[in-house]
Ligand binder design. Structure first.
Ligand code: XUL
Length: 523
């Protein structure tokens, strides 16, 4: 058997999907949940708010990802003989950055299979925590970078996004300013994706265009690091960045550590990793323009392949590299699964009751009860609030009408999404849905009704890990993506169709949400 493996290092868990590219079929799926499986990191959702004493700081301990990787391989080896895996690629939560000392490559070469990765690589961290995509601590740095380049739009022209707080460049700048000595000790900066790829390959891994474009540092026209952006970000930054690999190619063979400890073949090839959203575009079979994807994860994202970079006039949307060629456009919403979870907890429901509230106890428009379910500062649009905004009946506003709270949360999320993605000018007649929450028929129906779209889902809800497995098979085993996608990315036959009578209802509701937003945006 010649299998390929896809890993997804996401916010709350690490997932692996093994595929047999010759059939093609999915052979095994395994996951580690950081909060449940590694509770000693005290990160129930995979991240630590306030890891540094600055408002908006949210980070994760990179040692936790290393322990998760070992646990995952240990579990996976019980389902599939790891010697059958010929190639590995992966995807990571985007934008997060890992700061490594000069000793990192040397420590990678000297790994012993008798000790955990996390303790052997401990000395390699110049910064103990990795800021992740939820971090909003860099408003000042974003302004400074924009000023150096002649304004936010000038930055956007170069790299596809205005300076964005969670993007890697502004995060690097804050670190370099606040801790110049530790920045000086930083010889290598990796993304979450390229960090894990480096550990697997036993040497510094490159960054691909998919994830690289989420840094405010990659020039989309030259597809090289942009010297002016790097200069405006931090001193001597270019020498700390790894090379770019525009086509997700083979980096090298797997490190001996994994051969001796887990029984991988010594010639297993490691392919340049990418970001979770670009990998998901691959897994959903949406690498050619014409298909729109909504991914329901810790963050909710809306994305699609595009031929030419296209920029959001409001500055909230992005352009990333599409691993299938050309580009993808993306809008990210921070209040995704965690907001739905908070509402579920407020109601004291389980997911079954949450779904029932949508399907049986409420109807489109929710009798005029609306909500912006922003429990964390939102990024689309940028809003620094920590409590949802409600408008409607006194019973609802007092949070006593539980089914209405559920519907208002989900309708608020997707009406906000509908408003924010208009600039992409994409047809949303058919939407492909992925991510854990895509299993909920109630949520899928709200999306169908809000967008007046047919909603289709894949049997596998982790399309990022699936996409990574396909990228591994393409680069190392010569399998064309479209052949793999033709079988592995086929949506389930069951589609969700929109209720046409919901369309005018949502047109009436939209202004209510806009006025809630406007009130919240006022200083
Ligand atoms: C995309 C984004 C998130 C992360 C985590 O810009 O910030 O979707 O990739 O999944």
């Amino acid at each position: 058997m010649n299998l390929s493996l896809g890993l997804d290092i996401s916010t709350q868990s690490l997932t692996a999907i093994a595929i047999d590219p010759s059939t093609p079929s999915i052979v095994a799926l395994e996951a580690v949940n950081y909060g449940r499986d590694l509770p000693h990191y005290k990160a129930p959702n995979g991240f630590v708010p306030g890891y540094e004493d600055v408002p908006g700081a949210i980070g994760a301990n990179p040692r936790m990802w290393l322990d998760a990787l070992e646990l995952l391989f240990h579990r996976l080896s019980k389902k599939v003989a790891l010697r059958h895996i010929r190639a590995i690629c992966g995807s990571g939560q985007q934008h997060g950055s890992v700061y490594l000392t000069r000793s990192f490559p040397l420590l990678l070469r000297r790994l012993s299979p008798f000790h955990p990765l996390s303790s052997q690589l401990s000395a390699a961290f110049a910064r103990q925590f990795a800021p992740i995509w939820m971090d909003t601590s860099t408003t000042l740095e974003c302004r400074e970078i924009a000023e150096r380049l002649g304004g936010p739009q000038a930055v956007c022209q170069r790299c596809g996004s205005i300076p964005i707080e969670r993007f890697t460049g502004p995060q690097i700048r804050r670190f370099a300013k606040a801790h110049p000595q530790r920045y000086e000790r930083t010889a290598h900066i990796a993304l979450v994706s390229s960090f894990i790829a480096s550990v697997l390959a036993g040497r510094i891994a490159p960054i691909d265009r998919g994830d690289g474009a989420g840094m405010n540092l990659l020039n989309l026209h030259t597809v090289q690091w942009d010297p002016a952006l790097a200069d405006a970000t931090a001193p001597n930054l270019l020498q700390r960045l790894p090379p770019l690999d525009p086509s997700n190619s083979v980096i090298g063979k797997i490190s001996d550590f994994f051969v001796h400890k887990f029984g991988f073949r010594p010639d297993t090839r490691i392919v340049t990793f990418t970001g979770d959203n670009p990998a998901s575009l691959v897994g959903m079979g949406a690498t050619s323009p014409g298909r729109v994807v909504i991914s329901l994860g810790t963050s909710d994202t809306f994305f699609a392949a595009i031929d030419q970079p296209l920029t959001d006039p409001d500055g909230y949307g992005h352009v990333f590299g599409n691993p299938g060629g050309a580009w993808m456009t993306l809008q990210c919403f921070v209040n995704g699964s965690l907001a739905r979870e908070r509402i579920r907890d407020i109601c004291g429901y389980d997911w079954h009751q949450f779904d029932r509230a949508l399907r049986e106890q409420t109807s489109p428009g929710n009798n005029g009860n609306v909500m912006l379910p922003f429990f964390l500062p939102e990024i689309s649009p940028r809003l620094d609030i920590h409590e949802p905004l409600l408008d409607g009946s006194p019973e609802f506003v007092a949070r006593r009408d539980l089914p209405a709270l559920v519907r208002a949360c989900v309708e608020g999320q997707f009406l906000n999404m509908r408003m924010r993605v208009k600039w992409m000018q994409l047809s949303t007649k058919e939407i492909l849905l992925t991510g854990g929450a895509s299993r909920s028929d109630g949520i899928a129906q709200v999306i169908a009704d809000v967008f007046q779209a047919t909603v289709r889902r894949l049997a596998i809800s982790n399309s990022a890990a699936l996409g990574a497995a396909m990228l591994a098979a393409r680069a190392a085993l010569g399998k064309p993506l479209d052949q793999l996608q033709a079988t592995l990315s086929q949506p389930d036959p069951g589609t969700i169709t929109p209720n046409p009578s919901a369309a005018p209802t949502y047109t009436t509701i939209e202004p209510k949400l806009i006025s809630l937003l406007t009130r919240a945006q006022k200083p």
